[in-house]
Ligand binder design. Sequence first.
Ligand SMILES: [Zn+2]
Ligand SMILES: [Zn+2]
Length: 337
Amino acid sequence: MARPLTQIKEHFISTVISPLAKSGAGARHQTVQPTQPVPRLPNWLKSSGFIGLHLAVLAVLFLPNFGVSLTTLALCGFTYFIRMFGITGVYHRYFAHRSYKTSRVMQFLLACLGASALQKGPLWWASHHREHHRYSDTPDDPHSPHITSFWWSHVGWILSPEHVDTPWEAIRDWSLYPELRWLDRNHWIPGTLLAVVCFLVAGWAGLVWGFVISTVLVYHGTFSINSLSHLVGTRRYATDDESRNNLFLALITLGEGWHNNHHHYQSSANQGFFWWEIDISFAVIRLLSLVGLVWDIRKPGSKALVHRLEKPAHKTDLEAVAAAAQAPENEPAAPRA
Ligand SMILES: [Zn+2]
Ligand SMILES: [Zn+2]
């Protein structure tokens, strides 16, 4: 039974998904070939919660007036915003890249916020993301749309049994904290508590809009960075991968859409490098620093901002903006994660 299914998937990828992935601007490096074996089918049983949440969205059809009210929509927007920050500002910029510092208590609270998005624990998330940077758009990248397919980079790799375990060698620093290891094992607890709160606030409609729909929206906003931001958008920096800058993705992910900037300078807390690159997660980090909850925020220096540009002709303009912004002088080169 497994063999025909595998053949069906190979056919689907080769005829439908791969052409879609290659049709974007990401087809720049045509030398990249899918040398990795076609990934196995999703682990349906372990993924049942993830799939069940998607199916639970249909519950909205059975609610009076589809459950729509000012309260439920505000609840959905609020839980989307705080949890998207939990992923981008905490799991990504703090745990994967250590782009700012905080206290141990705050670190755990922020980790719980990230876990409430139900994208597994901070150690699992950050370790896989470090692997992404280490092997970007090569066969060892967990989710490159150029090596596998759009579908695989967006959601397939998460459902795969190949990525169930945490690559501990990539996350030795944070695995020293027992409370983070505990949260990694019990990553479902903050999300479940949030579901209970949503139900208490607005009943079934609150649960569906504030938890189910919001969670699925945060999923696909986050996943779009793994898939679309390596396919669609512009490239300011000549990084060794296919990362792109994309305003739309930056808006729905609170700043993660400046992905080419991020691959250029990975340890930066801001991914929008200039005033016109909206980066809401960085604004929140700045806010937290103003009240003393986080500190030592890392930013690229003015030299890094104009280093390795795709179009050197723009260098003078960017230098002027960087100087006007008085960007602090950190390391001129882009440190790796
Ligand atoms: Zn990337
Ligand atoms: Zn990153």
